[in-house]
Design a protein around this ligand. Structure first.
Ligand SMILES: Cc1ncc(COP(=O)(O)O)c(C=O)c1O
Length: 404
């Protein structure tokens, strides 16, 4: 097998994900399987299906064109629906459907965008703690070099211009872009608009591209506390590109629908050139277009969904507080970072990974290891509370406390 194929034999998928799919058949159930597997390692919103179910199960008048070839970067009808939805709900201004590209999930969008923005071996800045999958998206086929911009717990994980400057200077190859996630995964924090603006302005001044990943834009406990760059920048310009997906805010990670908004015609053309290999299915576009086009349904959904997340977060933090398990408070997303530093025999990633394995093997609880999120300090792990109903919170907290 050639080098490219051989390099994939050991798979880019992190160990905690592989463990998750091996154990999922024995998932926890309050009555049928109370000792079952608690998969709390994947960022999924599994607590709003009842809000979606009626809307997606109602008979649909699917047009024949949804089954045919269409624009590989998203049908014009769907891009118009997205322009209206994102324009009214996030941007507060009109968006141009021509600036929108739709592909099979945010992962595909990121992979194709970065394929177009940098050559193999060139560098991209990514603040940490970060979403673990960025390494798969940017390294596996794009062959880019990620320069982590580490933030620290003692500074409240604050991302500063100084740390960006330092990372830029330390990069082993030309830095082409910054990938910024807001609201953040894995911390569930929200950057204020003026902080985002200063980071974006810095990057643009350095002639970098800035890809702003706002996958959790609607999953914010106090929706007014977040402002999209689509709103704060009246024009994105040639260097700022926006990524979103239905995976998180619409709890539809299995449907594979990711969205790019970019005013750069060059970038869009390059991404379109790759779109055939990662299209979103016509039927999915039709279904999602109907959902976001239903003003009444979507207004209710976008009001109730964040309330559910808040409720789920409150349920898990209550249980953690009760058992004295430390965590970093969150204000968005499906997760929070647990802090096990005081439980490590030594402050190394090996000790932290051993604790992660102990939770898995002794307690049948899968958290996301901090090393996967590239957290500089060993001992943090992500717990995805919205992956399971809130009745699982005391069970998870009990099992974790017993292992400690
Ligand atoms: C911040 C962030 N970006 C991108 C992705 C990938 O999303 P998708 O499932 O749409 O590919 C995730 C998934 O967890 C994420 O958390």
């Amino acid at each position: 097998m050639p080098h490219r194929g051989r390099a994939l034999l050991h798979g880019p998928v992190p160990e905690y994900i592989a463990e998750h799919f091996t154990r999922i058949a024995g998932a926890w159930h309050p009555t049928d399987n109370p000792d079952g597997y608690l998969g709390l390692c994947i960022a999924e919103n599994n607590i709003v299906w009842d809000l979606l179910e009626a809307a997606v199960r109602k008979p649909r008048d699917v047009p024949a064109r949804a089954f045919a070839y269409d624009d590989f970067a998203g049908s014009l009808t769907f891009r118009e629906q997205l322009a209206r939805f994102l324009g009214t709900r996030l941007a507060g201004r009109e968006l141009d459907p021509a600036d929108i590209i739709v592909l099979a999930g945010a992962g595909s969008v990121l992979e194709t965008v970065f394929y177009s923005l940098a050559d193999p071996g060139e560098s991209v800045l990514i603040p940490t703690p970060s979403y673990a999958g960025f390494w798969m998206d940017l390294e596996t086929r794009d062959a880019l070099h990620i320069v982590p911009v580490h933030t620290r717990s003692r500074d409240g994980f604050c991302l500063t211009i100084e740390s960006l400057e330092r990372a830029m200077v330390s990069a082993p190859s030309p830095v082409r872009a910054l990938l910024l996630t807001n609201p953040d995964n894995p911390r569930g924090s929200v950057l204020p608009p003026e902080h985002v603006a200063s980071i974006v302005d810095w990057a643009v001044e350095k002639e970098l591209h800035v890809v702003v990943d706002e996958l959790y834009a609607f999953s914010v406990f106090e929706p007014d506390s977040f402002q999209s760059v689509l709103r704060t920048r009246s024009r994105l310009g040639e260097r700022v590109h926006w990524v979103w997906a239905f995976s998180k805010d619409f709890a539809a990670s299995g449907l594979r629908c990711g969205v790019l908004v970019s005013e750069s015609e060059q970038l869009r053309t390059a991404v379109r050139g790759q779109s055939y290999w990662s299209c979103c299915s016509g039927d999915t576009q039709y279904l999602l277009g109907e959902l976001i086009g239903d003003e009444h349904w979507v207004s209710r959904y976008l009001r109730v969904m964040p309330e559910r997340l808040r409720d789920s977060y409150d349920a898990v933090t209550r249980e953690l507080d009760y058992r004295g398990i430390s965590y970093v408070p969150a204000e968005a997303g499906f997760f929070l970072l647990l802090d096990f530093r005081e439980h490590l025999p030594d402050q190394t990633h090996e000790a932290a990974d051993a604790l992660w394995r102990r939770f898995l093997e002794q307690c049948n609880v899968n958290l996301t290891p901090g090393s996967a999120c590239r957290i500089l300090e060993p001992g943090f792990m992500r717990l995805c509370h919205a992956a399971l109903p809130k009745e699982a919170a005391p069970v998870a907290a009990d099992r974790i406390a017993s292992a400690l």
